[in-house]
Design a protein around this ligand. Sequence first.
Ligand SMILES: Nc1ncnc2c1ncn2[C@@H]1O[C@H](COP(=O)(O)OP(=O)(O)OP(=O)(O)O)[C@@H](O)[C@H]1O
Length: 243
Amino acid sequence: MSDNIILQTKGLGISFGGLHAVRDVDFVLRGGELRCLIGPNGAGKTTFFRLLSGQHTPTRGEIIYKGKPLGNLQPYQIARLGIGVKTQVPSLFEGLSVFENLELAANQTFSGLEAVSIVDETLERISLQDQRHTICQELAHGQRQWVELGQILASKPDVALLDEPAAGMTHDESLKTIEIIKEITAKSSVVVVEHDMDFIKLIGERVTVFDRGEVIADGTFKEIASNPQVREAYLGRKEAAVA
Ligand SMILES: Nc1ncnc2c1ncn2[C@@H]1O[C@H](COP(=O)(O)OP(=O)(O)OP(=O)(O)O)[C@@H](O)[C@H]1O
């Protein structure tokens, strides 16, 4: 892997009919990096995320993971290669406990006592030690999101793709979520897709901005917040201004 690049796209694109939802995207994620993807509604963030996770097949370009083209793999095959995904659609086993859900995730990579010890450690990191035997369907919204992030923590993938991990959370829950994401980054390179600017500002890491399917800016939050093209992309759609 040159320059510690773990995941890369070259000229990546997908069209739906005549609409270029993602167009000619060159993207580089390095080992240990936490990258945020933002953009106004319809910018192509989720579509790009789905291309990376195998939920969509590119119509152009390629995705290179650990130096090799991914090809047209199914999501489960991509997961087996070490790319963990948290989508907006809940993926918990509702009738199982928090512990059991985390154990299933840990067992993707670890077994026996090691897996159990990783689950214990994960319960602490997501602050749900007291809910270890609670059935997931009884959890509050924020806690469910944390169990899903805990599944990523427990399986320790090489790359973690997180789509709107703080959706529907209170401010305090979002702060806890940022802590968990930083814990994930200790073991995995992470991509976070998010439309909430305050959340991105609080994460305080490098940001890539999408608009109309293309990358229009890349840099620190401060850099992208003062970028005229980024401000135009947001303000032009009468959405929240970049703070
Ligand atoms: N399966 C699909 N078929 C047709 N058009 C699609 C499909 N998925 C996405 N699109 C279109 O592609 C464009 C990009 O959508 P996408 O959901 O990726 O944007 P986004 O940046 O994630 O926006 P949001 O923040 O609103 O979720 C939009 O115009 C959307 O309507």
